[in-house]
Each structure stands twice: as structure tokens, then as C-alpha cells.
Design a protein around this ligand. Structure first.
Ligand code: FAD
Ligand code: SF4
Length: 513
């Protein structure tokens, strides 16, 4: 071979120009690596999903006539990415190493080391996945600076001509249908929630490998995997989403329920793993959704715009924020949060029903939908002041779709406000009344969502006020928040003291909540 190409586990893009036609002198390397499996404790389904998707990708390339070397954990014991790539280049006496740009800063540093140590030429090419070219990130984003998603999203809509009229106005007349998209589920809605499309892939051989190499993991191993692990699976899941879930996607995007077995997935696409591993291209997903909207009468603009916004807007935006702010992102802790993550984040064993449900399904499936991540677990961590490093570690490990470029801005910025406001204009802080409005969790909770003080009082209520008082000066910089303090200031001192005392008790006894 004259050329060694490296394909990372999240670079499974079959449409990449590398794969247009087989080249006899080119060897493609796909490898399961110990450091990648252990840089954080991953969910067992995440490990299985990546390894099986990588295996399938290698087989598909081989079937198409490409030369591929697939190495398992057995083959790469004791190796790092650097030692493996340099060792392979040496062993095959290649003249050049070709790499695709990694999405994680950590891997980018490793690639720079490889480039500096290699005795042959090393080149970096694009992954051809994102819609915003990497080189353009500095044009849209500025380090340590507030950049609003909405502004970026509108530019992307115009640039790619998505849901735009000929006169350059947004389809439907509005850029944003958030107000139509904040409905809770009513009991009559529950019976109509479609069953999620789950795959049943046999992963027993991967589980054995993971056990054999003592790779630590989150969750309980299961011999079958429900996640998509090939391009075919990913397209099937996308079609299922457009046919059955998109008609209600936006409407119930923020809703939560534990009253149906499908409550863990609702109308969400669960396409994040297929997208983040690059088995699916974002523009393909957007086109499929927009086409369904054009040809079907039961999908209105609020549903499809809500979906497009997540992918064309949020997903591209957090990638820009990640790269422009790395490596400093890791240091951000604007609210000086220092507490340890409670043990129940690893077991789901808490009397707070909202947390038990969001954590429980994360442990079971490696998945929670956005509002559970943001407003249940994320909100709790922010109100109780958990150190953002520990919050990041939990999110980065537990979700099948968690890769640092997308996890970090969502967790540290959006959910914890640890950036002091680069992403969100104010902290997404909420008391129990938000959970009660958007879910049915409170009706079967040990705690009383209406109470602020007393043993039965929902812990979030007093914790919310403690948080708001603690950060009052910072909050008042935001004009939209000032009126919230009116409610607090109206209460007499005894009421205020009782609420703050309950919050202190909750913090001191956080493991017992
Ligand atoms: P849907 O609800 O069906 O949305 C469609 C797609 O839009 C998703 O697949 C995803 O690609 C994209 N999307 C939606 N919201 C966001 C967002 N805020 N940022 C980026 N893309 C978005 N997403 C990840 O892919 N990986 C993560 O590690 C991750 N960590 C998160 C941590 C926190 C604290 C929060 C609040 C959100 C996080 N998200 C993450 C964003 C979002 O929650 C997930 O993308 C979504 O829940 C995945 O489920 P889905 O595919 O069913 O999404
Ligand atoms: Fe969560 Fe409070 Fe509702 Fe219980 S009462 S489910 S802790 S919001």
C-alpha cells in the first residue's frame, strides 16, 4: 500500500469522496481502541453501537472493493491512536497518511502529534458532514462571546434555502413556531403515541470483547441492541420518523410522561446516534423532513420548522461554539459550582420521580430526550451547584449520541450556564411547577409539587429560590428576569427564611432526596 487512511468511529460517512471508487494502493484502517473506550466511562449500549456500526461500515467498504483493516480490542491492546497509526504506516511502508478532520479537540491534538512524528506526509481532509464549512466557523462565532442561535439559524435557513419562500421570507411567515410547540400531553393523547422503532442487533460478541478487556461501562449489558448501526438502519429510522413522528414532533417536543411505555421516546426521532456517527448526513435528514411536509397534509409548518431548527440550527451552532471556545471551554465554571454529583445519577434511586424517570431511562437505553436532559437532570445539577466537570462526565458517558463537540456546549453552557451566558441569555432554572406543567411526573411523586417548605415539599421549589437569590446580581443583568424577583420580594421574611432553610436542608441531605 502507498497510502494509509484512518477512519474514526464517528466518521462512518459512506458518501465521503474517499469511497467513490476502490483504489488498490490504499488501505483503510478502522480500529477499536482502548483509550477511546475508556477516556470516559461510556454506556454499554454506546460502546456496542459504535463498535457494531464500525464493523458494519468496514464490511460495507470491503464489499464495495476497498481494502480495509478492521482491528478489534483484541488486536489493539496497549496501543494508542498515535502508536497504532505510526506503527501501521511503518509496517506497510506507506508513503502517506490521510486523515479526516476529527470533531473532538482531544483527537485533533493526537492527530497533530501524529503529523509531527510521522516520517511520511500526513494530510487532513474534511469529513464532508457538516453544513457549515469548518473554515467558516470564525466568521460566525467569536471566542468567549455571546452568540445567539436564532441569528445563526436564520442565516443558515437563507444560505441553504430551507423552508424559504421565493421572496426570501420564511415559509409560513415566521422564523420560529416555539409558541405552538410547547404543549404538554393530555391523557387522551397518550394512547396515540407511536411505538418507537427498535432494532434487535445481536451484540453478544462485542459484549464478550468488552468484558474480556475489562472496559468499565454504565448500564446493564443486553445481548440485543436497539440503535441503528448501518446506513440502511439509519434510513429506515428516518423514514419511520417522517411517517409516524414528525406530524407531532414540534407540538410535543417539550412534553414528558411516565404514563405510557413509549414515554421515553415520544415523538423524538432518536436519530442523534446515526447523525453523530455520520451514517446520516444532516442535509439528507432535513430534506426528508421538508419533503414529507410538502407532500403530506398532516404535517404543519410548526412541526417541520421545529425539527429543522434542531439540526440546521442547534446542531451546527453548538459545533461552532465548541471549536471557537476550545480548549478554554473546559475551564468554565461561572457559577462556582463545586458539589459532587449524587450517587442516584448512577442508579436512578431517588424519591424525586422526575429525576428517577429521566435517569432511569438514561441508564436503560442510553437515551433521554432534550427536555429531560435540560430541564430535569440539567436543571437539578445547576440548582444544586454540581461541579460542571462531573456533570459533563456524566452526560458524555451515558448517552449513545454523546461526543464532546455536541455534549460540552449543551451541558456546560446551555444546561449549567457555566459559560456565564455565551449560549443562553439566562440560566434555564426552573422550580417544580415547570415539571408539573410539562409532565405527569408529579402526580406519582413522593414529594408535593405545590409545597415549598416541609418534609414533603418538592425539593426543586426551595432550591430554585435559593439559586435565584444566590445569583441575584448576575440575574438582574437580564431584563426578562427582574419581574420574577417581585414574587419573592412580596413574601414576608419568615416565609423566605423557611424556604431558604428547606433548600439548605435539601443540599445537606442531597443523597437522601
Ligand atoms: P430530536 O428531538 O429528534 O431532534 C432531532 C435532532 O436534532 C437530534 O438528533 C440532534 O441531532 C439535533 N439536536 C436537537 N437538539 C440539539 C442540541 N441542543 N444540540 C445539538 N443537536 C441537537 N445531543 C447530542 O447529539 N449529543 C450529546 O451528547 C448531547 N448532549 C446534551 C446534553 C444536554 C445537557 C442537553 C440539554 C442536550 C444535549 N444534546 C445532545 C442535545 C439533544 O438533547 C439531543 O441531540 C437529542 O435529545 C437527541 O435525541 P433525538 O435524536 O431523538 O432528537
Ligand atoms: Fe419532580 Fe418535584 Fe414533581 Fe417530584 S414533585 S416529580 S421532585 S418536580
Amino acid at each position: 500500500y502507498h497510502t494509509l487512511r484512518v477512519i474514526l468511529g464517528d466518521q462512518l460517512n459512506a458518501a465521503h469522496h474517499w469511497f467513490r471508487k476502490p483504489e488498490p494502493g490504499v488501505l483503510h484502517l478502522i480500529a477499536e481502541l482502548h483509550p477511546e473506550a475508556t477516556y470516559v466511562k461510556h454506556h454499554i449500549q454506546k460502546l456496542c453501537a459504535f463498535f457494531l456500526a464500525m464493523e458494519n461500515f468496514a464490511s460495507a467498504l470491503q464489499d464495495a472493493g476497498h481494502h480495509v483493516q478492521y482491528l478489534t480490542l483484541d488486536d489493539t491492546k496497549g496501543q494508542t491512536l498515535e502508536s497504532l497509526v505510526l506503527g501501521m504506516a511503518d509496517a506497510y511502508q506507506v508513503r502517506r497518511i490521510q486523515l479526516q478532520r476529527p470533531d473532538e479537540y482531544r483527537v485533533m491534538m493526537e492527530y497533530q502529534n501524529i503529523a509531527s512524528k510521522a516520517s511520511v506526509s500526513v494530510s487532513l481532509t474534511d469529513t464532508e458532514h457538516f453544513m457549515l464549512p469548518f473554515e467558516e466557523i470564525p466568521r460566525h462565532f467569536k471566542a468567549k462571546t455571546t452568540i445567539r442561535m436564532e441569528h445563526f439559524y436564520r442565516k443558515m435557513r437563507q444560505r441553504f434555502n430551507i423552508l424559504m419562500e421565493e421572496d426570501h421570507s420564511p415559509v409560513g411567515g415566521n422564523w420560529n413556531y416555539d409558541n405552538a410547540n410547547r404543549q404538554a400531553l393530555k391523557p387522551k393523547d397518550l394512547a396515540h403515541i407511536p411505538e418507537p422503532l427498535l432494532f434487535g442487533h445481536d451484540v453478544s460478541h462485542i459484549l464478550q470483547r468488552i468484558e474480556r478487556h475489562d472496559i468499565p461501562y454504565i448500564g446493564t449489558p443486553k445481548a440485543t441492541l436497539v440503535w441503528p448501526v448501518s446506513r440502511h438502519d439509519s434510513l429506515t429510522l428516518l423514514q419511520y420518523f417522517c411517517d409516524h413522528l414528525l406530524p407531532n414532533f414540534g407540538r410535543f417536543q417539550d412534553a414528558m410522561t411516565d404514563q405510557t411505555p413509549h414515554g421515553w421516546s415520544l415523538y423524538h426521532s432518536r436519530l442523534s446516534f446515526a447523525l453523530n456517527s455520520k451514517m446520516l448526513h444532516p442535509s439528507h435528514v432535513i430534506k426528508a423532513a421538508v419533503l414529507s411536509y410538502r407532500y403530506r397534509k398532516d404535517i404543519d409548518i410548526a412541526q417541520v420548522e421545529g425539527f429543522v431548527r434542531q439540526i440546521l440550527g442547534w446542531r451546527e451552532y453548538v459545533r461552532g461554539m465548541y471549536w471557537i471556545n476550545m480548549p478554554d471551554y473546559h475551564e468554565q465554571n461561572a457559577l462556582n459550582a463545586e458539589r459532587d454529583l449524587p450517587e442516584y445519577f448512577w442508579t436512578g434511586d431517588t424519591k424525586m420521580n422526575c429525576l428517577a424517570k429521566a435517569i432511569g431511562q438514561s441508564l436503560e437505553f442510553g437515551y433521554a430526550h432534550h427536555i429531560q436532559r435540560l430541564m430535569v437532570t440539567g436543571n437539578f445539577c445547576m440548582l444544586t451547584g454540581i461541579h460542571p466537570d462531573q456533570v459533563d462526565e456524566w452526560y458524555l458517558g451515558i448517552y449513545v449520541d454523546a461526543i464532546e463537540w455536541v455534549e460540552l456546549p449543551n451541558t456546560r453552557s446551555m444546561s449549567q450556564f457555566a459559560d456565564g451566558g455565551w449560549v443562553a441569555s439566562k440560566p434555564y432554572a426552573a422550580s417544580g411547577s415547570y415539571i408539573q406543567k410539562m409532565s405527569d411526573y408529579c402526580s406519582s411523586c413522593h414529594y408535593d409539587v405545590k409545597e415549598k417548605v416541609g418534609e414533603q415539599a418538592c425539593p426543586l421549589n426551595s432550591l430554585y429560590w435559593r439559586f435565584m437569590i444566590q445569583h441575584r446580581n448576575r440575574m438582574l443583568k437580564n431584563p426578562r428576569i427582574g419581574m420574577i424577583y417581585g414574587n419573592w420580594d412580596k413574601q414576608d421574611k419568615a416565609q423566605q427564611d423557611a424556604a431558604l432553610a428547606r433548600a439548605e436542608w435539601c443540599l445537606e441531605n442531597i443523597e437522601a432526596l
